[in-house]
Write a new protein. Structure first.
Length: 333
């Protein structure tokens, strides 16, 4: 598979301003130098605690906000989207779309479903007027809705149905990459599986690539080919999903996996639940060395002094940990 999106050393710092003159006195390092790639046809899961920088990174990739530094090249043209102006990046927005977390707030309550789904087509002048209605029906049916739903308003639908409308809108321009920002976290558990299955079906049908953002590893496991784990603005581990769950290499990944319940009660009782001490550090004043060391039970002196680089330790497995090759961490058996 070829690489569709390649991200190198992406950073997004938000200034902290104080005083009457609003002088900058520091920065919140929301995304602090992350690098990864997305191959054509794959789903990359991006996981971590709330506030670790997942959503900020995704908004930088769509150029909804401008990155502080770094590059991200897209497509066979290898165009660096980080360096394009707002006008120059518009054609690429047709090829990268987003599904938002809350279907309640991401849909305009004053527009009908037909208006919501057709808006990208009309704004980009991507279709003839006499073909518009047929395209709306096609999109709605592809996500499991009916043609008569096009005349209704968002309030008339359940949360899962609203998210299907959001997915239909994202598909309107035939994108190559969809960024799904916690698309099932606001839904009931019974509905989550339906939306995950829908996304998997659409991926095969339209040959899509996904960046699937979540904080729940149990959800990411079922849809992702590879998983990138973020902590305090940095990626600490990237691996294929099966390897990550069976044999995590970073202590933070181990802690996340230990919180995923197993279906077998006997196996669950045998596992050790790892409780991380303290809170996530302030991103405006991250710890020296490894950002995770204040909460890591394996931390040594080198962890407190030197920042580990994200390096490949085995084929397809990258870890940012000084001790990754010596630790034996628990996974899911």
């Amino acid at each position: 598979m070829s690489i569709l999106l390649e991200v190198k050393d992406l950073r997004k710092y938000f200034p902290i301003r104080k005083g009457i003159l609003r002088q900058t006195v520091g920065h919140v390092k929301a995304v602090d130098g992350i690098s990864f790639d997305v191959q054509r046809g794959e789903t990359l899961g991006l996981v971590g605690e709330s506030g670790c920088g997942k959503t900020t990174a995704s908004r930088c990739l769509l150029r909804l906000i401008s990155p502080t530094s770094g590059s991200f090249t897209f497509g066979d043209e290898q165009v660096d989207l980080a360096k394009l102006t707002s006008q120059q990046v518009r054609p690429f927005r047709r090829r990268i779309q987003m599904v938002f977390q809350d279907p309640q707030s991401s849909l305009n309550p004053r527009l009908t479903v037909a208006d919501i789904v057709s808006e990208p087509l009309r704004v980009n002048r991507a279709i003839k007027r006499n073909e518009l209605q047929d395209r709306i029906v096609e999109l709605l049916e592809s996500v499991g809705l009916k043609s008569q739903d096009m005349r209704r308003y968002p309030h008339a639908f359940s949360g899962g149905q609203r998210q299907r409308i959001g997915i239909a809108r994202a598909l309107a321009l035939n994108p190559e990459l969809i960024v799904a920002d916690e698309p099932v976290s606001a839904l009931d558990v019974s509905v989550q599986a339906q939306i995950l299955n829908l996304l998997a079906e659409l991926r095969k049908k339209f040959r899509l690539s996904y960046i699937f953002i979540a904080h729940d590893l149990s959800i990411v496991k079922h849809i992702s080919d590879r998983v990138a784990v973020m902590y305090l603005g940095k990626i600490v581990e990237i691996s294929d999903a099966e390897t990550l769950y069976q044999s995590p290499k970073h202590p933070y990944t181990e802690a996340l996996i230990s919180a995923v319940p197993l279906p077998d009660p006997k196996e669950q009782r045998k596992r050790e639940l790892i409780r991380l001490e303290g809170d996530v550090p302030d991103p405006s004043q991250p710890p020296m060395g490894c950002h995770f060391h204040p909460r890591c039970r394996y931390a040594t002196d080198i962890c407190k002094q030197e920042t580990p680089e994200l390096r490949e330790i085995t084929q397809g497995v990258k870890v940012a940990c000084h001790l990754s090759e010596t630790l034996e961490l628990q996974g899911v058996s």
